[in-house]
Design a protein around this ligand. Structure first.
Ligand code: NAG
Length: 804
């Protein structure tokens, strides 16, 4: 066994390299709910943010930009972003006539996660109209340590750079400098200029002490100091004869003792630029504007190379579309990665809540004092987010999809995030569906959705991230010329054929260490195996469905599943909230859940095989077979020629609930049907039928002929979801179009058309509206609901590059 031998070789070099690679993830744009907010991956530490408003009038101040909002900016997008190196974001603010660009350059070095430089620049969107922007950059320190302004205070503001110094536990000593660009102009005429000429063109500042855990509310504190300053001066003037807003809407230029929040304000007329430098003392490298002048173009060059290797432009798309499609793919990938946040805090859990149909008759009676939502211990989580404006927090079922995409660009980043999610699995094996950690995250969630219940599940998509990693690892090893025999792991030849060729410098980067090192891959999988298995066992134990109680016959007596926690109208836990189901009943059986469990079991088999847990692998293999058999026995309806949920009628008899839509596809979506299954043809027909699921924009969630199509909330009653289309395309590409069978030709045809439909529509809507959307209209293809939705809709880039 070659692999075992490898593992006896000292692990140090790989482990050290891994620590260094992990250091490059310490700092990030990990406050994705802000237009531009940086923080390290440390629970209590330094947090920064950017705000701006226009001074063309007095009203714009009340619309100060800070947190990402829907319908506020014309667009905002990272055009390029690498979590380890930095990137470029473009924000278009039509109301204030400014295009702001934020550039971030991370500079590795030292022992505390390195340094970074950021450049904020602006230019008018319409050159013939005024563009008068005031920016506020702030920094606040949470936890033990200190933060001071070193530059001498001046009541009229500061000429030249402003410098802060600080220290905190894991960051150690650091400085922050804010430095003007060379060509900034200021408003130097207008009403009452003479009264303010000593202040105009200066950098204004404020420092205030903030209570622990409140830096996230910096905006209110900072803007209040402006309002107070304004009110103290405004009494001198009589409406409507006020000074130009740019003179009067400023920070007060004072610092209170024990301040841990500081803000610096700059007010411009026309194009502007300033830089912020964070220097970690142990990194010893001096940063200057020249670092950014040279660093950003160099960053973009490497980024483009890396991107091209990770998500190459497909040969079957025309050359003339390359520029626009690549720009799209880079933007959606960058926004997904730029949407990664670091969250820390408590969450709300109700351990005793239960609907009547979920009640366990054998359980002891519940003590009243245990009922209701309770705050948990604080937890930390690095996670991608579905939408920076609308859903800036972790969602379990989205995350597995996010990690497929992130892992394609930066494998090790996807593992680092996966590790954090796995860390949330509790001693029973449960993970909350929505991770609303801390007050800042809770402030965005309506109260009725804040509480999580520990017997509620969500589609186990984290398993997809594990499988994808194993496949990428095998492909890399195969591409690097290491045969499966050498590695001593029973890999299928099919995976080796997925081999991809990458330039050497890209392969060797911090992004892919776990793909290059069998030791690291092995130790990573081994480290997640036990908690993942606990999670898997939790699913099998808590979401089990009843078979024999209702005279159902099936070849396995155990493999049947039911989502707990549904209400009359919703099965939120399934992820497909308002998709039509039968009435709630303890005897219900859910087709999607048994299919997810089939997939999860297969993942457990793969990981057990990889880490050489032979007995477990054999046991998983048995369960997988049982699930596949029971899908046929419990869920296939011969009259309807489709797979269905099962429910219990008034006579206590089992019957099928058949609603044509995504649900009906599940055994196919997870490749649980063999390529020669006699039921495959019916599934493909249902997909391809324009009266049902097929549209020129992708597969509809519910058949257009269903009586509930487009009705009610219309969330999962027709609209097109990109991650579900991705699953269908993946099953076609990897299984049904790839393997011989009676429907192979048809699968190929559907694959080709569906891929084009999805890519063309999402790109068309992106170009038309400036955004990617949560879902797409099943009749017109128009983007619908939250936007920018830069979570799983971004997988369109994977579909274009055929990375499944
Ligand atoms: C990577 O760094 C973060 C933040 O310092 C830490 O929480 C995490 O455990 C590290 N991961 C590994 C694998 O060392």
């Amino acid at each position: 066994m070659q692999l075992r031998l490898l593992l006896l070789i000292p692990l140090l070099p790989a482990a050290l390299a891994q620590t260094a690679s992990n250091e490059t993830l310490l700092w990030g744009a990990y406050r994705p709910n802000l237009y531009f907010g940086l923080r390290p991956r440390i629970p209590q530490s330094l947090m920064t943010g950017l705000m701006w408003f226009g001074t063309q009038d007095y009203q714009s101040f009340s619309k100060t930009r800070h947190t990402c909002e829907q319908n506020e900016l014309d667009s905002y997008t990272w055009t390029e972003f690498d979590a380890r190196e930095g990137g470029v974001q473009v924000l278009k603010d039509g109301l204030n006539n400014v295009k702001i660009t934020t550039e971030l350059l991370k500079v590795a070095g030292g022992e505390n996660g390195g340094s970074w430089a950021a450049r904020i620049k602006g230019e008018p969107l319409r050159p013939d109209a005024p563009s008068r922007i005031s920016t506020i950059f702030y920094l606040g320190l949470e936890g033990i340590g200190g933060l001071e302004m070193e530059t001498d205070e001046d009541d009229n503001g500061i000429d030249g750079p402003v410098k802060f110094s600080g220290n905190s536990a894991q960051l150690d000593d650091f400085t922050v400098r804010v430095v003007d660009g060379p060509d900034n102009e200021h408003v130097t005429s207008g009403p009452f200029y003479d009264d303010f000429k000593d202040r105009v063109g200066k950098t204004h500042f404020v420092g205030r002490p903030m209570a622990p855990g409140t830096i996230w509310q910096a905006k209110e504190t900072i803007l209040k100091t402006i309002v107070d300053f304004f009110q103290s001066k405004a009494t001198t003037y009589q409406a409507p004869n006020y000074p130009d807003p740019s003179f009067l809407i400023t920070l007060p230029d004072d610092v209170y003792s024990n301040s841990n929040l500081y803000a610096v304000q700059k007010t411009f007329d026309g194009p502007f630029q300033f830089d912020v430098f964070f220097e970690s003392a142990s990194a010893k490298q001096k940063l200057s504007s020249a670092t950014l002048d040279q660093g950003i173009p160099a960053l973009l060059e490497v980024y483009n190379k890396r991107f091209e290797a990770a998500l190459p432009y497909p040969a079957d798309y025309p050359a003339e579309k390359r520029q626009s499609l690549e720009a799209f793919s880079k933007a959606v990938t960058s926004n997904l990665i730029g949407g990664i946040g670091y969250f820390y805090g408590t969450s709300l859990v109700d351990r005793k809540f239960s609907y009547e149909w979920d009640e366990d008759e054998d359980a002891p009676p519940v003590d009243e004092s245990e009922k209701g939502a309770k705050l948990t211990e604080p937890k930390a989580l690095l996670t991608a987010t579905p939408s920076r404006s609308f859903f800036p927090r972790g969602f379990y079922w989205d995350e597995g999809f996010h990690l497929l995409h992130i892992g394609q660009y930066d494998n090790d980043l996807s593992l680092e995030i996966l590790r954090d999610w796995i860390g949330l699995i509790d001693e029973n094996g449960w993970v909350g569906r929505e991770q609303i950690l801390g007050e800042e995250a809770r402030s965005k969630v309506p109260q009725e959705f804040q509480t999580q219940v520990p017997n509620y599940a969500n589609p186990p998509t984290l398993a997809m991230a594990v499988t994808a990693f194993i496949e990428r690892f095998k492909a890399h090893q195969a591409a690097a010329g290491i045969s499966e025999q050498d590695l001593g792991m029973g890999m299928g030849a099919a995976q080796a054929a997925l081999g991809i060729e990458l330039p050497k410098d890209v392969i060797d980067s911090a992004h892919n260490q776990h793909l290059n090192s069998p030791e690291l891959a092995f130790s990573f999988l081994k480290s997640i195996y036990v908690p993942l298995k606990r999670h898997y066992d939790w699913f099998r134990r808590t979401q089990r469905g009843q078979i024999k109680q209702y005279g159902r016959t099936a070849r396995s007596r155990t493999e049947a599943y039911r989502w707990r926690g549904r209400s009359e109208q919703h099965v939120l836990t399934s992820g497909m909230d308002d998709y039509p189901r039968g009435p709630p009943h303890a005897g219900e059986l859910h087709l999607d859940l048994i299919s997810w469990m089939g997939f999860f079991t297969r993942t457990m088999k793969d990981i057990a095989t990889f880490i050489d847990e032979k007995d477990d692998a054999a046991a998983f293999s048995e369960i997988e077979k049982a699930i596949i058999g029971n899908i046929e026995d419990l869920h296939w309806n011969e009259e309807e020629k489709m797979y269905c949920d099962a429910d219990i009628n008034e006579d206590e008899e089992s019957y099928h609930v058949c609603n044509k839509g995504y649900l009906s596809l599940f055994p196919f979506l997870h490749s649980l049907l063999p390529a020669d299954s006699p039921h495959l043809g019916a599934i493909l027909d249902l997909m391809r039928d324009p009266e049902h699921l097929w549209s020129p924009y992708g597969l509809r969630s519910l058949s257009a002929s269903h009586p509930e199509f487009g009705k009610g909330e219309n969330y999962w009653k027709g609209p097109i979801w990109i991650q579900m289309n991705y699953l269908a395309l993946s099953a076609l590409h990897k299984t049904y179009a790839a393997q011989e069978g009676p429907y192979q030709a048809k699968a190929k045809e559907i694959y080709k058309e569906l891929r084009q439909n999805v890519v063309n529509n999402v790109v068309k809507e992106y170009e038309r509206t400036g955004y990617t959307w949560e879902q797409y209209d099943p009749l017109t293809g128009e983007g619908k609901r939250s936007h920018p939705f830069t979570g799983w809709t971004s997988m369109t880039a994977l579909i274009l590059a055929e990375k499944y």
